[in-house]
Design a protein around this ligand. Structure first.
Ligand code: 2RA
Length: 337
């Protein structure tokens, strides 16, 4: 039975949400431990009414642990995941380090739950901008193969961590007060601005964040022929990533059919009434687990094209919720044996 849990990176922004989701969703467990770097070890955490002391992450941390959910920087994930696997523990990893390794399934439970069967100890959760897009693509792709996607993202500052959120708020105050402000989280001022670069320069003028959307989408659908053209932009919004997504399918999918497909899909909420001014907006989608879709319409520039607007909480479905859902899949798959 998978009943002994560890949360790695338990004190970070996503780690905190993972704890909250485990409580909210009544995740079954017998024992749970909270692990973090030396700096955060010793912190007290209340979980399901019991106080726990955060332990320092060491190679011995995973003895007797069945599932570890990790939300750490890439370097920490590179180091701790093999310790866990060595101890017989399955790692659900939020970091970017393991995602594209051949032996590591990259899973979004609404899209490719069957992929967890192929794990060799590590299962990865995708980057937030990919996750909400593939959830939206899935029902369309099942109805008619998606050949091409053109996506522009409007990514919230929380994607860069708590420091990103603070930089927007404090930077905005400084601008309004006419004071000078030193950016740290971002290369440029984010308040009252847009930054059309997330990540580093990676391939033919695309950034690392953009190429994640290409490679991760192809891996999740198991189809390298899906062409993806992304532009990722940091916007002055504290939480929830938004995306305009244009898909070109093998046969045309009308807006009415797309709306019906989205409405039938678990994990998607449609908010789409342009006349009434109703569409998903970051302020309404924060703290929600679903992917929200609106502005569904035909792409009038392309014969088999459909375009829509998609918003999701990048810390929830884009990170913590997806990881907890993968752990739930693992528990269910064991129960079914
Ligand atoms: C960002 N996608 O928004 C990244 C976080 N993983 O910066």
């Amino acid at each position: 039975m998978y009943e002994n849990l560890a949360i790695v990176g338990a004190t970070g922004a996503v780690g905190r949400l993972i704890r909250q989701l485990l409580e909210e969703r009544k995740f079954p467990y017998k024992t749970i431990k909270f692990l973090a770097s030396k700096r955060s070890a010793g912190t007290e955490i209340t979980f399901n009414g019991t106080t726990h002391t955060v332990e320092e992450l060491t190679p011995e941390s995973f003895e007797g642990v069945d599932i570890a959910i990790g939300s750490t920087p890439d370097e920490a994930a590179k180091e701790f995941a093999p310790w866990a696997v060595q101890a017989g523990c399955i790692v659900v990893d939020e970091s970017g380090y393991w995602r594209m390794k051949e032996d590591v399934p990259l899973v979004v439970p609404e899209v490719n739950p069957e992929a967890i069967k192929n794990h060799k100890g590590i299962i990865s959760s995708p980057n937030c901008s990919t996750t909400q897009m593939v959830v939206a693509m899935k029902p369309l792709h099942d109805a008619s193969k998606i050949k091409r996607v053109v996506v522009s993202t409007y990514q919230a500052t929380s994607g860069a961590g708590v420091v990103g959120e603070e930089e927007l708020v404090n930077g905005a105050k400084a601008v309004l007060n006419g004071e000078s402000f030193q950016n740290k989280a971002f290369a440029h001022q984010i308040a009252f601005n847009l930054i059309p670069q997330i990540g580093s320069e990676k391939y033919e003028g695309y950034t690392s964040e953009e190429m994640k959307m290409v490679y991760e989408t192809q891996k999740i659908f198991g189809d390298d022929s899906i062409k993806v053209c992304p532009t990722c932009v940091r916007v002055p919004v504290t939480n929830c990533h938004s995306e305009t997504i244009m898909v070109e399918t093998e046969r045309p999918i009308s807006p009415a059919e797309a709306r019906e497909l989205f409405e039938k899909t678990e994990g998607i909420t449609v908010v789409d009434n342009l006349g009434a001014g109703e569409y998903p907006m970051p302020k309404d989608c924060t703290n929600k687990n679903d992917v929200f879709i609106g502005r569904i319409r035909r792409d009038i520039s392309c014969e088999n094209g459909l375009t829509f607007w998609c918003v999701s909480d990048n810390l929830r479905k884009g990170a913590a919720t997806n990881a907890v859902q993968i752990a739930e899949l693992l528990v269910r798959s064991q129960a079914a044996v």
